[in-house]
Design a protein around this ligand. Sequence first.
Ligand code: S3P
Length: 451
Amino acid sequence: MEPETNNLKEEPSAIDTRPSKIVHPAQLGGTVQVPGDKSISQRVAMLASLAEGTSKVTGYLNGEDARSTLRAMEQMGAKADFCDDALYITGVAGQLQQPEEPLDMGNSGTGTRLLSGLVAGAGIQATMIGDDSLSARPMGRIRHPLELMGARIGLTGDRGTLPMMICGGRLQGIGYLLPMASAQVKSCVLLAGLYAEGKTIVVEPRPTRDHTEKLFQALGIPISIKGLEISIEGYGKEGPRFKARDFVVPGDFSSAAFWIVAAAARPGAELVIERVGLNARRTALLDVMRRMGASIEVEVTEPDGDPYGTIRVRGAQLNGTIIEGDEIPNLIDELPIISVAGALAEGKTEIRDAAELRVKESDRIAEMVKILRLFHIDVEEKEDGMIVSGPAKLKTPDVAMDSHGDHRIAMSVAVLNTFSDAAITIKNVDCVNTSYPEFWQHMEALGGRVE
Ligand code: S3P
């Protein structure tokens, strides 16, 4: 069957002024430090903004998502200054101010969903808006628990989507069984729970990233964790009281994932990644790469907060594997690049239980299936994943590819093409700035050729 190509072909008549990059085939390897973790940066922006006093933050992600969240916190009374490679945030001691303008969350799903919990708790009214991709993402998943707690949430987009109007205050603690494995929804409820009367309990169906819980613990916020049940004693409508402190944001494992796969799937390639976050609920990609045959060594440092350390990768001819169940939330953002590893591996690589991928910055199942097919890779699309058969003899398509505004799709195509036979043009690459502005420079520093 002919691959579906309509979304990916260049419109011959339209002049496209959006930035693009040309990526050539190359072997990647060497040493790299990736920028700050996007999930942790945004949580630190929110919590330092709520604290009493000034927090010094090092390693804060200088990417669009982290900036949108920080700007929103400034609109609600926090002060933020970048000085000598550090970010200083002076908090509002629990008392968020009503913003005068809508909070423009750009592309940030994490910022939107987590902040909706805080705004609902703080008893202020706010409107949240975002870019086209964010405005297509489901927000009913946070409206439901927040309304159970007593907030009013208006979703005025077409299908339970942004713009979102939040009117909160006087929340009650609830017991909430999350209907999906989502760290964003879990964190939204926990942040709202800071302002609630009584206890808020969240139960996860599967373990998801626990940066919010680790930061609460580091700040002395009363949280208790028993397996998949997390509870927090609310401070009530006056809001949480905790002191500012220093935060060190490690490198983003999800950004490192592109280089990990680039090296792991190339026999003989060697790569070292330094000072990268190694939270156990983020690093399932390392287990997958080991299972597929790569050699991976890790040195971990366990500070008060999120662990970080060094990863050493030695590449090999990979073999296919199955990725499913509890592993999925712990590599959810890495699945596009894992599908690339699957194309290079011997045999079938099957991704199951990953329907959440369809509601990320783009429908990442559909987009990756289309892209892999254009490279002549045998892939079967499933409702909740895909089956990729390899090793494929890659053939760069003679059409430009469009990221569709999804940073992880743009970066996955770039790495995929380093294994191919000719240069490719990737259009609409501004989105890479949401999580990894230095991506193209780092690709060159690791031996890639980018124009
Ligand atoms: C995130 C959680 C995940 C992940 C996203 C960041 C977070 O989303 O895909 O990139 O920071 O909590 P879900 O909670 O929707 O799974």
